[in-house]
Design a protein around this ligand. Structure first.
Ligand SMILES: [Zn+2]
Length: 162
């Protein structure tokens, strides 16, 4: 409702697809990531289902992305409809009561998401940092795999079978 009492309506924007012949190519800088690695990653997640409960939002940090700093469980969102405000809160404390976790703070979604996006986009814009992070992930994965193989083969296990 406008101040003069007139009824107001939300703006509606329509978009029309442009034919492919009229598309404009945009050069994309080399990320430094091998094409095979990208294709393998896409293939690995092609069956993934949407894991966030963000229906109305472009993205949010649920789906185990954001963790409680006190107990480590996934943070969930709390949408306060009347104020149209969103917060992240510890799901353990919310589900089991205040004695379950000491994290009493709720985090404003806009502020939290902006901070995370700044971090993520900073990494994406810095190929060296991105490569170092991926190397670290690959190294961690290799070490875990090696530890599993070592355990299964019995190499390094103490004591002898009886
Ligand atoms: Zn917690």
């Amino acid at each position: 409702m406008k101040s003069n009492g007139e009824k107001s309506y939300p703006k509606v924007r329509n978009s029309v697809d442009v034919p492919r012949e009229e598309w404009t190519g945009v050069p994309v800088p080399d990320s430094g990531i091998l094409r095979d690695l990208v294709l393998a990653a896409r293939n690995a997640i092609k069956e993934n289902k949407k894991c966030s409960n963000a229906g109305r939002y472009f993205w949010e940090l649920t789906g185990s992305v954001m963790r409680c700093g006190e107990c480590g469980v996934a943070m969930g969102t709390n949408h306060i409809t009347g104020r149209d405000a969103r917060y992240y809160r510890c799901t353990r404390r919310y589900g089991r009561g205040v004695g379950a976790c000491t994290m009493s703070k709720n985090f404003r979604a806009e502020k939290t998401e902006a901070a995370v996006w700044n971090f993520v986009s900073g990494v994406l814009k810095d190929p060296e940092r991105l490569r170092a992070g991926l190397d670290e992930i690959c190294l961690g994965s290799k070490l875990r795999r090696a530890a599993i193989l070592k355990r299964k083969s019995g190499v390094g296990s103490s004591g002898s079978p009886k």
